[in-house]
Design a protein around this ligand. Structure first.
Ligand SMILES: Nc1ncnc2c1ncn2[C@@H]1O[C@H](COP(=O)(O)OP(=O)(O)OP(=O)(O)O)[C@@H](O)[C@H]1O
Length: 247
């Protein structure tokens, strides 16, 4: 996707290869009658993980929604350099437990963008789904109902659905929340491997360990960007104390 949103026409040229994967400038967005994000300007670097950090309600999911193209900015400029639509993996809690879907069907939905929900999947689609299941180590769970899995297993199924979209921009909303240390470490390893494979990753997270391992952090407070840069510069004790003391 070259340009998802612009305020003036004709729009700016797509970002060249060496530039960030996404750049937004003076971005404002929210919900009907509820402005949430205020004048955000930042780059999402290519082939790295960017962590969105901030207290509950600071706007992390809203920003992911804007990057995913499901929430439209009210003003500002947003440019993507990626060739394909982003893959968006929502918070596990946002996915109904009772959905009558197997793990495999859940991952197959990742192919709908390409194929549409009513067309038969091709052999290549099935191979992509198998590869995503294997990559998350859940091939053995493929026939199980999503609702009967543990939180960590369900999270892996949702990430596999994201991978099945074969996008070069993967947007994850709190992928490690509620997971045990081993499951968190497994997801961290996966994200590192994906970057080596040419994927840019953005994750909203409350997991400071994951945020410290990211290439870049965007620190949000009440819909404002209050810090951006390498985690060691952004996630300082004083910045975090300021953020959480203000609650
Ligand atoms: N669908 C919606 N309609 C109206 N307001 C919403 C909606 N979703 C979120 N909000 C509001 O937008 C603000 C930012 O919410 P958002 O979910 O982006 O924050 P967050 O940083 O991701 O929070 P959390 O860490 O709790 O997931 C909050 O005030 C929230 O109440």
């Amino acid at each position: 996707m070259k340009i998802m949103f612009k305020t003036t026409s004709p729009g700016p040229a797509p970002l060249p290869e060496r530039d960030p994967h996404v750049r937004f400038t003076d971005l404002c967005a929210g919900y009907a009658g509820r402005p949430v994000l205020h004048q955000l300007s930042a780059d999402i670097p290519r082939l790295a993980t960017t962590a969105l950090v901030g207290p509950n309600g600071s706007g992390k999911s809203t920003l992911l929604g804007v990057l995913a193209g499901v929430i439209h900015p009210t003003s500002g400029d947003l440019r993507h350099a990626g060739e394909r639509p982003p893959a968006f993996v929502p918070q596990r809690a946002a996915v109904a437990d009772a959905l009558p879907l197997t793990v495999r069907q859940t991952v197959e939905m990742g192919r709908w963008g390409e194929r549409g929900p009513w067309r038969r999947l091709t052999r290549r689609d099935h191979a992509t789904v198998d590869a995503a299941l294997d990559r998350l180590g859940i091939g053995g769970l493929a026939r199980r109902q999503l609702g009967e899995l543990s939180g960590g297993q369900r999270q892996r199924a949702l990430i596999a659905q994201g991978l099945a979209q074969e996008s070069d921009l993967l947007l994850l909303d709190e992928p490690t929340t509620g997971l045990d240390p081993e499951a968190r470490a497994r997801i961290a390893e996966l994200l590192t491997a994906l970057i080596a494979d040419g994927v840019t990753v953005v994750q909203a997270t409350h997991d400071l360990e994951a945020a410290r391992a990211a290439g870049t952090c965007l620190l949000l407070q009440d819909g404002h960007l209050v810090g951006q840069g390498p985690p060691e510069q952004v996630l300082t004790t004083s910045a975090l104390a300021r953020l959480w003391q203000s609650l």
